[in-house]
Design a protein around this ligand. Structure first.
Ligand SMILES: Cc1cc2nc3c(=O)[nH]c(=O)nc-3n(C[C@H](O)[C@H](O)[C@H](O)COP(=O)(O)O)c2cc1C
Length: 326
């Protein structure tokens, strides 16, 4: 076996990895490659201290990037072994170690999902009110299980309870200028390499609280056109049994697997994570699922009436590698 991965494989692997979702599109990961081993690290210069003080959202994003890496590796003909947050005490920033080796036995599902990576994106457009087909829900549940996580669909009463928690979150945020200032640094305006541009925000909801998160902070974004969103949103909560760093990374892998399966099924997704950014409300969201565990994402699934064409930008892959290594 040749010691180093070919340069074009490295590019393809990293391009797939960085297409993953991350809170406010901070892309909080960096990679070190040694032979056929890829290490995924947190990038400490891309933290969100006010909104993500413990780094949980960063670890979820890194988990999503790791899943994309595994899919891309499969489509290039490699099998993968991996460990998540393998040394939490000694090396807390090392979130995944992936070993690639040429293989004849293929994971066809990962190869198939790799095709969806460029098409997946967060869609904050209104959806129609038709509930998702049962077989689609089951496929999304199975995607979560495959990565060691759990997806719970919320009934109408639970959806109402989540919307109440969103109201609660917004009232807290009004008093918290640090959170608002932090978001303003990442959201709104024209952004091509990172952050969330105004064009990705989607319309404002005509009703409040809404089934879509309005990330806008800049005055110009606050006056964008209104539309009515679905009355009965399809919401689900992604959870893990434990709440250690490796569980956050696994939740991220499960998230990306779910989103790629959804993309393949023509299902759009966006997130209502604001209650999960407060520990007490996060526990209340988990209690709403009726199961033990720890909630990581509230996902709104749907079929957009006018699917969003907007893509958020990504930095060039060389920026994610140590200087001088590319
Ligand atoms: C941990 C995490 C939390 C997120 N929370 C929200 C949220 O509450 N509302 C929202 O609209 N998008 C949320 N997002 C989506 C990001 O804004 C989105 O992934 C990022 O802007 C990149 O855009 P893309 O998903 O279209 O590639 C979240 C993503 C992650 C990984």
């Amino acid at each position: 076996m040749n010691d180093q991965l070919p340069a074009q494989h490295v590019d393809a692997l990293l391009e797939a990895a960085v297409a993953a979702p991350s809170m406010h599109n901070t892309q909080p990961w960096r990679f070190e490659i040694d032979g056929h081993v890829i290490d995924v690290y947190l990038d400490g210069s891309r933290t969100l201290p006010a909104e993500d003080p413990t780094g949980r959202a960063m670890r979820i994003a890194a988990g999503a990037a790791t899943f994309n890496l595994r899919c891309a590796a499969e489509s290039l003909g490699y099998g993968t072994w991996f460990g998540l947050a393998p040394y939490p005490r000694e090396e807390p920033d090392l979130l995944a170690r992936i070993v690639l080796e040429p293989t004849a036995s293929r994971d066809e599902e990962l190869r198939d999902l790799a095709v969806q990576i460029p098409y997946r994106h967060t869609d904050r457009q209104p959806s129609d009110d038709t509930p998702l087909a049962e077989e689609v829900r089951v496929r999304l549940l199975q995607a979560a299980y495959a990565e060691g996580a759990e997806l719970t669909w919320l009934g109408q009463d639970q959806v109402r309870a989540v919307l109440d928690l969103i109201l609660d979150t917004d009232l807290r945020e009004i008093r918290d200028w640090r959170r608002r200032a932090e978001r303003a640094r990442w959201v709104g305006g024209v952004r091509t390499a990172d952050g969330v541009p105004s064009t990705a925000l989607g319309p404002r909801s005509a009703r409040y609280p809404a089934a879509v998160r309005d990330l806008a902070t800049h005055p110009a974004d606050r006056i964008r056109p209104e539309q009515s969103f679905e009355q009965h949103p399809d919401l689900a909560v992604l959870s893990t049994a434990c709440d250690d760093p490796a569980d956050h990374v696994a939740a991220g892998a499960a998230l990306e697997r779910i989103l790629l399966v959804a993309t393949r099924d023509g299902v759009s997704a966006s997130f209502l994570n604001q209650p999960l950014e407060y520990d007490d409300l996060r526990q209340r969201v988990q209690r709403l699922t009726g199961r033990p565990g720890h909630a990581h994402m509230i996902i709104r699934f749907g079929r957009s009436r006018r699917p969003s064409q907007t893509r958020t930008g990504r930095r060039p892959v060389t920026e994610f590698l140590p200087k001088g290594s590319s």
